[in-house]
Structure formats: C-alpha cells, structure tokens
Design a protein around this ligand. Structure first.
Ligand SMILES: Cc1cc2nc3c(=O)[nH]c(=O)nc-3n(C[C@H](O)[C@H](O)[C@H](O)COP(=O)(O)OP(=O)(O)OC[C@H]3O[C@@H](n4cnc5c(N)ncnc54)[C@H](O)[C@@H]3O)c2cc1C
Length: 343
C-alpha cells in the first residue's frame, strides 16, 4: 500500500498535465481497499474520491482536492476452462496491453485487435475500450467491484454494466461509486482473426503475410504497427487518444450534410442512424495540425488533441471548445469529448 499527500499526478496522466492530489492511495488487494473505505467512513471523511487507472483518458483542469485511488491488483487466474473457451479473472491494476500480450502468449484468443490501447484492465470495463472492430464488452463476462461508500464487494454481470459505444453504467448511474478490482474475460482456445477493419487486410498484404497462415502474434504485431504509425506516443507528445467520440446522427441529418460533402466518410449503424467520424469534421474545419497556445491538434489525426509542452488542462479545454463551436457552426452537430474532464 502507498499513501502520499500533496502528490503530483503528472506521471499519472498521458496528457502530462501538472495537477496535484491532496492525497494519493494505491492498494494491492481488495482487503486493503476495503480497509481504506471503512476507516474513511468511520472517520466521517466526505472529501471527494477519484479512481484512476493509467490516466490515458483523463484531463485534469485543477488540482484534485480529495483522494485519488489507484489499483495495483495484478493477479491473473483461470476460473473456468471448457473445450473451446475459458474465463480468466484479471486484476484491475494490470496494464491493458500487458494483459493482451499475456493472453496471446498463452494462446487465449480474442483480444488481438485491442492491442496497444493504453491504460489498465480496470478502466477497460469502465470505458468499454474498442478498436479495429472489437470492443472489451464482447469479452467481459463479469466485473468485480468494491462500493466506495460501504466497502462491500459486488459482482456486476455484463448486462448490469449496460455497455454501449465507449460507455457503461460506470459512467452514469454507477459513476464514482465503485472501484473495479477484477474483470472476468471469456476468451477462446480457437483463433478466429478479425481482419476486415481499418486497413488490417492491406497491412497484411504489404507484409506478405498469408491470411490463411496468420497467427495471433502476427495480427497483434500488425495492429501495433498500424497504431504506432497513426497515433502519437504519449511519452513524446502528451495526448489522450481520440479526444471526441464519433457522433451517431439520424439518417436525415446525415443526408443533408452528405449533399454538401459527397465524399464524407460514414458508417451505417442501422436503417435510421449513421456514424460520422468526428476527426473528419474537425479536419474540414481547418483544425488539423493547428495550435492554440500550448494545445494543438495532431497533424496526422485531427481527432487527437495534444499538449505541445507545458499546456494546462484549461488550455486543452479551450481548444476543445473552439473546435466544438466550429464543428457545430459548419455541420450543426455537437461533438462530445470522450476524455473525462476532472474539475
Ligand atoms: C495514444 C492513445 C490511444 C488510445 N486509443 C484508444 C483506442 O483505440 N480505443 C479506446 O477505447 N481508447 C483509446 N484510448 C483511450 C484510453 O486508452 C482508454 O480510455 C483506457 O481505457 C483508459 O484507461 P486508463 O487506465 O488510463 O483509465 P483512466 O484514464 O485513468 O480512467 C478512465 C476512467 O475510468 C475510471 N477508472 C479507471 N480505473 C478504474 C477502476 N479500477 N475502478 C473504477 N473506475 C476506474 C476513471 O475514474 C475514469 O473515469 C487511447 C488513449 C491514448 C493516450
């Protein structure tokens, strides 16, 4: 267990924003967390709590006047194993990509397309992370969590978590109420690659990898290489990945815009809804590669806002608001940050 006062969170957020927590509490077991919660309740402490993972989806706007919690629970246990599938219980404090690598090394298949997403396993169940046609919710069976008011441990089923696009009940009804301690994933003993998404097939062809002989390790490596070519490395250029979610709009709204922009990329969701890439709209508004003070828009991908050096959370927020306002004026669409603003 680690407890620190007046603690810098700079190394705990991938934007590299300087912000301090009044207190930082890092635990290695459910027992330690429960003891913290019960002692806190007994002392009548009602100061705010914030549970963080790797800070790869956080924007600190101020110092945090309360306790920041962080998990170091790092166990991986097989809890069920049948002919074709198995269920693995994974500690929330493990780095997501270390877990994906571990699964691939053990020939437990399914997570390959989610390779190299920053952050920790606990947050994957909060955020419903997704990439290259896969989402965490497709593999999550249950989520173990501790109630931050009572210390009681609870098991949430996949259905209880109400997963949606980059969304879950932990961002709404359950927001701030629970610490995720373990996530149970169902993986497969049989490798079924998903390569029909985001240029994977093309990347395989460029590397002369025969689709019929593709291994999970090769697929993971290709995803890593594609991602590295498109996204900035946070240790070199502070960022939180996609800053905005891609809006899903009514088909009439899409059609009206499409008449003005016939080359607009889009994805049909169903008969009535269409998803429009927020990055494309931001680019049309002329923001790609532009800076506003110490905050900027990444030159290779307009969906990514970056810290050009020394930016505050409010510098990034100001840039975000300018972009939102320009997109609204041009397309009539409100784009919504995916990043969690911490006030
Ligand atoms: C370069 C880059 C690329 C990215 N690419 C992708 C991508 O392809 N797909 C994608 O989905 N995301 C992507 N992201 C966003 C980010 O990686 C995910 O949102 C990730 O799940 C955040 O994990 P984290 O551990 O850093 O969580 P944090 O950012 O620390 O927290 C995120 C949220 O989860 C909550 N939380 C964290 N841990 C716990 C816990 N144990 N219990 C309860 N609540 C908790 C926090 O309170 C917060 O609300 C990217 C980010 C970066 C920097």
């Amino acid at each position: 267990m680690v407890v620190k006062d007046n603690y810098s969170l700079r190394e705990h957020n991938t934007f590299g924003i300087e912000a301090k927590a009044s207190r930082f509490f890092e635990y290695t077991s459910v027992d330690e967390l429960q003891e913290f919660v019960r002692e806190r309740a007994a002392s009548g402490d009602e100061s705010p709590l914030l549970h963080i993972g790797g800070g790869s989806n956080l924007l600190f706007l101020n110092d945090f006047d309360g306790t920041v919690l962080h998990s170091r629970i790092d166990t991986i246990t097989v809890v069920d194993d049948s002919d074709d599938t198995l269920i693995v219980r994974v500690g929330a404090g493990i780095l997501w990509d270390a877990w994906v690598q571990y699964a691939v090394d053990h020939r437990w298949y399914g997570l390959e397309n989610l390779s190299l997403i920053p952050g920790e396993v606990g947050a994957s169940a909060v955020q419903n992370i997704g990439a290259y046609g896969s989402e965490a919710k497709d593999f999550i069976v249950d989520v173990e969590a501790v109630n931050l008011q009572t210390g009681e441990a609870t098991l949430f089923s996949n259905e209880d978590c109400k997963y949606g696009y980059r969304d879950s009940a932990f961002k709404h009804d359950l927001k701030g109420l629970y610490a995720v301690t373990h996530v149970h994933f169902r993986l497969s003993h049989v490798f079924c690659p998903h390569i029909d998404y985001g240029g994977i097939r093309k990347a395989l062809a460029e590397r002369a990898i025969n689709e019929s002989e593709l291994s999970a390790q090769q697929l993971r490596q290709v995803i890593i290489e594609i991602r590295k070519s498109k996204l900035p490395e946070p240790s070199e250029l502070g960022n939180a990945g996609s800053f905005f979610t891609n809006p899903i709009v009514a088909r009439e709204v899409f059609e009206a815009i499409f008449r003005r922009y016939p080359t607009m990329p889009h994805f049909d969701i169903d008969d009535e809804h269409v998803k429009i890439p927020a990055g494309w709209m931001i680019e049309q508004c002329g923001w790609k590669g532009k800076d506003l003070g110490r905050a900027g828009v990444y030159e290779k991908q307009a969906l990514v806002l970056v810290n050009r050096g020394g930016a505050t959370g409010n510098d990034i927020k100001t840039l975000c608001e300018h972009i939102q306002s320009d997109v609204k004026a041009e397309f009539g669409i409100e784009i919504v940050p995916e990043v969690n603003f911490i006030c």
